[in-house]
Design a protein around this ligand. Structure first.
Ligand SMILES: [Zn+2]
Length: 302
């Protein structure tokens, strides 16, 4: 009887599984194999590629591209790709040696090509600020570059990529309108951001926030602030009556805790800035990621 129940359970599980659409892991013969470096970028590229191509991400979920060290399996992944999509703007410092190690040839699409970077005032990052994607208007350029690159790699899919890109751009424009509407709930004098590193500059420019300061005074999350820089940040937070310090997932909370202890700011953790979440998390797509972050910011500042 027990065995019969197990068989029935197994059969019903099998039926449940087969009702789900299966994601094929084998690319269609002749079609390019596409690899995007970051998880948010892979989602953006999937929206353009649609069902025609399989798009994988090089970085696993929740890893910081600023400090990423490629593993041997990454060299294999890159070597098997026909198209590699990078964010650009200098965030993928590891990419040139990785491409050298992988050998072979592939089309490299720089998603942010053509966008003008915000300058990095510290001078540590000569390419400027690479966080273009945190303003969805910049992602429209990512979509155009991806569409044009995929058409170059697979001209027969031209119509698919063109139509998918156009549809996704409409979603991005709707996201921009939605963000403006949410931000309107925050009193203008409270539209102030303090973040862990300088990730929200483009977002702030677009939606009328002032970045009062960052714990790590750099567009990279790898630097370490000096004691003098921390004291200066605490002074600015007090002077501007900043309500919240926003920390990305995985960020070290020690310094944020010390700053919060010296000021009246609260700490809001787990903004998704450099990676989307898994399917069960709050930010499984790029658009979800933006909405999640905006909700966190609005709830803390309104
Ligand atoms: Zn960053």
């Amino acid at each position: 009887m027990v065995r019969k129940r197990i068989v029935i359970l197994a059969l019903s599980l099998l039926a449940a599984c087969s009702a789900q659409p299966l994601q094929s892991t084998t690319p269609s013969p002749g079609l390019p194999r596409v690899l995007a470096v970051e998880t948010y970028l892979a989602d953006i590229v999937r929206n353009v590629a649609g069902d025609r191509l399989i798009v994988d991400s090089l970085l696993p979920l929740n890893l910081d591209p600023h400090s990423y060290q490629p593993a041997p399996r990454d060299i294999i992944k890159v070597s098997k790709s026909d198209v590699l999509v990078i964010n650009g703007g200098g965030i993928e410092a590891f990419i040139a040696p990785l491409l050298d190690n992988a050998g072979g040839s592939r089309l490299v699409i720089t998603a942010s090509a053509g966008l003008t970077p915000r300058p990095d005032l510290t001078g540590e990052h000569p390419e400027g600020d690479p966080h273009f994607w945190l303003d969805p208007n910049n992602v429209i350029k990512y979509v155009e570059n991806t569409r044009d690159g995929l058409i170059q790699a697979d001209p027969q899919g031209s119509q698919v990529y063109t139509e998918n890109a156009a549809a996704y751009m409409v979603e991005l424009q709707a996201l921009d309108v939605w963000i403006k509407k949410q931000v309107a709930q925050i009193p203008p004098d409270q539209r102030q951001l303090v973040t862990n590193h300088e990730s929200l500059g483009y977002f702030a420019d677009r939606y009328g926030f002032t970045v009062v300061g960052t714990i790590i005074p750099s567009v990279s999350s790898e630097s370490v602030p000096t004691a003098r820089q921390l004291i200066s940040l605490i002074d600015r937070i007090r002077a501007s009556d900043v309500r919240a310090i926003f920390m990305e997932t995985g960020a070290n909370l020690n310094l944020a805790g010390q700053i919060a202890g010296e000021t009246s700011a609260i700490i809001v953790t787990d903004l998704h800035t450099e990676s989307i979440s898994d399917a069960n998390g709050p930010a499984p797509t790029y658009i979800d990621m933006m909405k999640y972050n905006v909700n966190q910011i609005v709830n803390a500042l309104k």
